[in-house]
Design a protein around this ligand. Sequence first.
Ligand code: 13P
Length: 254
Amino acid sequence: MSSRFIVGNWKMYNTVSQAETLVRAILADYHPHPTVEVAIAPPFIALQTIATLLASNTIHLAAQTVYQEDEGAFTGEISPLMLKAVGCRYVIIGHSERRHVLGETDQDINMKIRAALRHQLHPILCLGERLEEREAGHTTRVVQSQLQQGLAGIPAKEFPQITLAYEPVWAIGTGKAATVDQAAEVHGEIRRYLQEQYGIEPHTQRILYGGSVSPDNAEALFHSSEINGALIGKACLNAESFGRIIALAKAYTP
Ligand code: 13P
């Protein structure tokens, strides 16, 4: 795979007017590149405004989560139909904050992925172990279990629609990114697992790294052919640092 994918997950930051300011600043310095794809995932309330701003650009719109039903009495939730209609191409599913703060289970995540695929929304499935799981030597087991349950019942022919994101929980928001070796090792294990279980050719599955990615460590991460891009939190809330990471992805795409 010879392209990189950079996704900015804004989490619960920015009012609509702040979102507009940030997107304008990102666009002011954005130059599309044939091998670097970019997406931003603002809060739901800003999707419409940002969709209008991005209309003539090649930055894609993503949502931060989705509910598994098309419509109904599900107060507070948002459906894949609604996300598709507003112009989302991607949806982040199973982020560690959804799993560990908001109680999403692997079964919930599986239903969300199926719902997204039903509506031609491309899921970005997040996987990652907690610190105590890594220290106990359970990283592989945890990530494989998330993968197996998250993808249960989904035919391998759908996998090209899915981006995976390895985000170790201990690296998110801590300023302590995984080392390139740590990330590459888990990415390699994910690829081996997908090959054994589903016959997926190792380098056809797009796998991003997330967790304290910054302009300071992005270059090293992008040197690894195991790492197909980045899912960025804090550093995407500033147009300059997000732009610097995108520039590094352009410079170091094989
Ligand atoms: P940080 O880049 O702030 O560590 O967040 C990573 C993340 O959770 C992206 O989804």
